[in-house]
Ligand binder design. Structure first.
Ligand code: AGP
Length: 609
């Protein structure tokens, strides 16, 4: 996903933009650039590859300017190259634009503009934007932008500057987020709040189909239809320290180690051990509406889909209602049967995933009950859903989701208990027992994290393998999927997660000494069946590494290696089994020298389809 940044104020524009681009790196990118306005000229610098190349370029030929915009590009249309890197310009270089999103009707716009005499230099969809603005430009940049965006279809967060109408940055949003940072006589534009936090925590979130005009003396807002709007300034609680590495080699490792605190923060104020009650007043859905639901449909992507699968076991076991879990990218195209008695739960750490938002839109069209489970307040997902339950994981910089996964499972456990209570299917005593067990999770995670070195040593024995099989049954099946995804996405090693019972239906043909198997094997209701999987693998010369309870004396006799975790109630074992899988993937990726925090081809939030 691309990132846009902009600055107007008294600081050195180039250094503020460079600093901002570095704080956008975690979103994933393959090229970068910036444009600075100085007097009646606009100077552009663009590179293919990392921001350090841009920094070198700027060191060798420095530029000074009054204000400007910058961009990290994650290629959608047109290969990664300097020519395709943003910012893009109009015919004469008088109007320059940075953009996050996709212009779906760019081909027809490009044809029309070419017929009007515009010449194009790149393969990108973005390049039509400065030319479209140029076509409408009659001296006023915001009016030209307003006319241009009304012709554009698709998703875009755009920032534009002009040498012909100086002293302003015009920002327009339809889809991907755009945030305005309000400093002291200085203003910032960004795709998310991270780059702003070292300068200001006062921000304004642009809503869909809104335009901001940012000048050195203030910001004004209007809609695409030209109506002026008044916007609230919000104060962001996150502080800059939260987005630094804090001595860890990678953000991902830091975030793995933050999980005990994240779970404590997510539980805080939402459960009472004395009464056994769960408090989700902030959810914004009335108790009676929850009482009325007869089923739930969880819709998400990637790791959020995996936490949804864990949530299925929590909700079905505790609240005794059926739960379907769907990939958002599939559900959005389905002729699904609308169910007035269902609750549609959308899980997304970013709240900006295009497929998840599109599925939400399709569900809302049928006027159904929706609940967002999200880590980003004021995101598109939280704004568009009826109910909201926030995870309190803080900013997650590593592209691979870790602490947000644990936070999502925490909220799903709370929601399951809450629904069980509302529906009267869980006694006070049982609620108290479950809450007690949940409150022990953070400390048990700390025990696992204190033994992280053992996982690192074990991981180093697996550096030469190129294929892995992850097996889990019942509530451990989602953890097998998640463990495999973690390894794939950060180390580029192939891994497949499977329900253990599926082994004999195909995957067992893969087993040999070159295909290690990871088995999630807490002592639960399906342990004996998992053990039979172990024997099947061993009989075919496969090596088996098991994640197992500390009290389990059996497993070690049958497997090659064991990663021990503290015992826990079988239903809540995912909280503990996920972390060794995260660590295993991390140590293999780090040992392979992979770009752990910004894996190739990946983005922190997939805001384009
Ligand atoms: C997980 O490690 C990946 N980063 C990816 O699968 C991610 O979970 C997915 O893109 C969904 O993102 P979201 O939670 O922000 O919607």
């Amino acid at each position: 996903m691309c990132g846009i940044i902009g600055y107007i104020g008294n600081k050195d524009t180039v250094s503020v933009l460079l600093d901002g681009l570095k704080k956008l790196e975690y979103r994933g990118y393959d090229s970068a650039g910036m444009a600075i306005v100085r007097g009646d000229r606009i100077i552009r610098k663009r590179v293919k590859g990392k921001i350090t190349f841009l920094e070198k370029e700027l060191k060798s030929s420095p530029i000074k300017g009054d204000y400007g915009v910058g961009h990290t590009r994650w290629a959608t249309h047109g290969r990664p190259s300097e020519e395709n890197a943003h910012p893009h310009q109009d015919c004469h270089g008088d109007i320059v634009v940075v953009h996050n999103g996709i212009i779906e009707n760019y081909v027809s716009l490009k044809e029309k503009l070419a017929n009007q005499g515009h010449t194009f230099k790149t393969e990108t969809d973005t390049e039509v934007i400065p030319h479209l603005i140029e076509q409408h430009f009659k001296g006023n940049l915001e009016e030209a932008v307003r006319q241009a965006v009304r012709e554009m279809e698709g998703a875009f967060a755009v920032a534009a500057v002009s040498a012909k109408d100086r002293g302003k940055i015009v920002v327009a949003r339809q889809g991907p987020p755009a945030v305005i940072g309000i400093g002291r006589d200085e203003y910032f534009i960004s795709s998310d709040i991270n780059p702003l936090l070292s300068y200001t925590r006062d921000v304004v979130f642009l809503q869909d189909r809104e335009i901001a005009v940012v000048r050195p003396d203030g910001v004004t807002f209007k809609t695409f239809s030209g109506r002026s709007v008044k916007k609230e300034i919000e104060h962001v609680a996150w502080n800059p320290v939260m987005i630094e590495k804090g001595g860890y080699k990678h953000f991902m490792l830091k975030e793995i180690f933050e999980q005990p605190q994240v779970i404590r923060d997510t539980f805080k104020g939402r459960m009472s051990l004395d009464t056994g009650s769960i408090y989700l007043d902030e959810m914004g859905i009335a108790e009676n509406d929850i009482k009325r639901i007869s089923r739930a449909v969880i819709i998400a992507c990637g790791t959020s889909f995996h936490s949804g699968l864990v949530g299925k076991y929590f909700i079905e076991t505790l609240a005794r209602i059926p739960v379907d879990v769907e990939y958002a990218s599939e559900y959005r195209y389905r002729d699904f049967i609308p169910d007035e008695k269902a609750l549609y739960i959308f899980i997304s750490q970013s709240g900006e995933t295009a497929d998840t938002l599109a599925a939400l839109k399709a569900v809302k069209k049928k006027d159904l009950l929706t609940l967002a489970l999200c880590n980003a307040d004021s995101s598109s997902l939280t704004r568009e859903s009826k109910g909201v339950l926030l995870t309190h994981a803080g900013p997650e910089i590593g592209v691979a989701a870790t602490k947000t996964f644990s936070a999502q499972m925490s909220v799903l456990a709370l929601f399951a208990l809450y629904t069980a209570q509302i529906k009267g299917v869980l006694s006070r005593e049982k609620s108290i027992a479950y809450i007690k067990e949940l409150q022990r999770v953070p400390h048990k995670l700390e025990i696992i994290l204190n033994a992280a070195e053992a996982v690192e040593l074990l991981a180093l024995d697996f550096l030469s393998y190129s294929h892995f099989l992850y097996l889990g049954r019942w509530v451990s099946y989602p953890i097998a999927l998640e463990g495999a995804l973690k390894l794939k996405e950060i180390s580029y090693v192939h891994a497949e997660g499977y329900p253990g019972g599926e082994m004999k239906h195909g995957p067992i043909a893969l087993i040999d000494e070159k295909m290690p198997t990871m088995v999630i094997a807490p002592k639960d209701r399906v342990f004996d069946k998992v053990l039979s999987n172990v024997f099947e693998v061993k009989a075919r010369l496969g090596t088996v590494t098991a994640v197992a309870f500390r009290s389990d004396k059996e497993i070690a006799k049958s497997v090659d290696k064991v990663i021990r975790i503290p015992d826990i109630h079988e239903l809540f074992s995912p909280f503990l089994t996920a972390v060794p899988m995260q660590l295993f993937a991390y140590y293999i990726a780090a040992a392979r020298g992979a770009d752990v925090d910004q894996p190739r081809n990946l983005a922190k939030s997939v805001t384009v389809e």
